[in-house]
Design a protein around this ligand. Sequence first.
Ligand code: SF4
Length: 235
Amino acid sequence: MQDDVEGRLLYPIAEKFVSPQGEGRFTGTLMQFIRFAGCTVGKPFTNQERAEQQLPIYQERCTTYDGRSFACDTDYRVTERLTVAEIVKWTVSHNVKFVLFTGGEPLMRDVSPLVRALKHEAFEIHVETSGTIRPDLNQSFWRNLDWVCCSPKKGFLDAYADNGIANEFKLLVDEDFDWDKVPRSIQRKPSKICFSPINDEKTINQANVQRCLQLQREHPASRVTMQMHKLWQVR
Ligand code: SF4
């Protein structure tokens, strides 16, 4: 993140749009998506601005918490830089009460001023995170988040489970998924787990869906989710 000439915070944004949530507990709920640019997961980047650059979609590799590699299906390159006021102005222009911060990795940024401003407008705020950014629980904005979905990636921090930050854990499933490699901190929260198939670029991977359904039978408190937006052919 950087300041503009007047010293205001500027958030690097990849895209923003209104669409139904395609995954997790709120599947089908209309939300305002704000996709923050940049992601540090599985990359050698140490500099946040460099992390906003990425390879074209599906040439980027991502890594799960247990070291499995898969193709990132998200284009998180920066397209605009917006102030808090500009983002709030965009959100209040829609009659949709849910605002979702996604990425990339939204928590790479100091989102607290934005959370404060959006709560002032009575929005319900959801966040999707890789669980790899160390949380500073002294910051009050954590208490203002209404829903945190963590899909744990390489460098996952147990604090997201142990401190009750995440409301759900989306575990990505492919043929190499191994329950014994799921972090113990997450295993201890079975009702917060949802199994999600790693899909192909435009289609649902049915073999991985079947693996998710089998895992749910083995862990009955869990849920199964999948990327419904690919079926609905929306973003
Ligand atoms: S955490 Fe998400 S956005 Fe980042 S590389 Fe992985 S799949 Fe892509």
